[in-house]
Design a binder for this molecule. Sequence first.
Ligand SMILES: CC(C)(COP(=O)(O)OP(=O)(O)OC[C@H]1O[C@@H](n2cnc3c(N)ncnc32)[C@H](O)[C@@H]1OP(=O)(O)O)[C@@H](O)C(=O)NCCC(=O)NCCS
Length: 179
Amino acid sequence: MLPRPTAAYAAHVPVTVRDATLADLPAIVDVLNVAVDTTTVYSERAYTLENRQSWLEARSERGFPVLVADREGAFAGFGTYGDFRDSVALPGYRTTVEHSVYVAGGHEGGGVGRIIVEALVDRAREASVHVMVGAIDAENKASIRFHERLGFVEVGRMPEIATKWDRWLTLVLMQRIIE
Ligand SMILES: CC(C)(COP(=O)(O)OP(=O)(O)OC[C@H]1O[C@@H](n2cnc3c(N)ncnc32)[C@H](O)[C@@H]1OP(=O)(O)O)[C@@H](O)C(=O)NCCC(=O)NCCS
């Protein structure tokens, strides 16, 4: 049995999802760097305001969403998707995207992650995306369970595909087909 997150706030407080702006980048950088330091996400490089600004612009130019969840005016998390594989060089992949979602400390376990991913699915559907992929480290049981609850199914495991903290890591690929 996995430990369940503690809801740090009342579940009835509404969550609003909107497109990210430059003003959200400090909060996005913070939540990413916390995940780098505390989880087996494969990035070990510190995120900066500068590299997130060019990233946000690149996402926008490609028509890929970066969505922010607000809860009573506070940043509660963000989600985004982009190419699964390079769909410019390999256009057969243009109907598939890979997403990521990060919920800010103190906002876990209250439905914020679900709301962000469902908003990404809505955007993907509007953009005629057919498959959304989550690429999750096998040690991140919370994220795997979360994605199962949102209708993602495991479709592959890649042992020893990455390293972090001097050990081999296994990638779990999960996908949801968007009707
Ligand atoms: C994983 C994460 C996105 C979940 O977000 P969240 O807002 O806490 O999740 P929600 O409250 O929306 O939960 C949605 C469902 O997932 C389940 N879930 C969420 N976290 C869970 C956990 N730690 N263990 C078991 N189930 C969990 C919930 O029980 C809920 O299921 P239910 O509605 O059937 O009860 C969040 O914990 C997070 O940002 N983690 C750190 C970053 C990360 O790992 N991102 C993913 C990288 S691939």
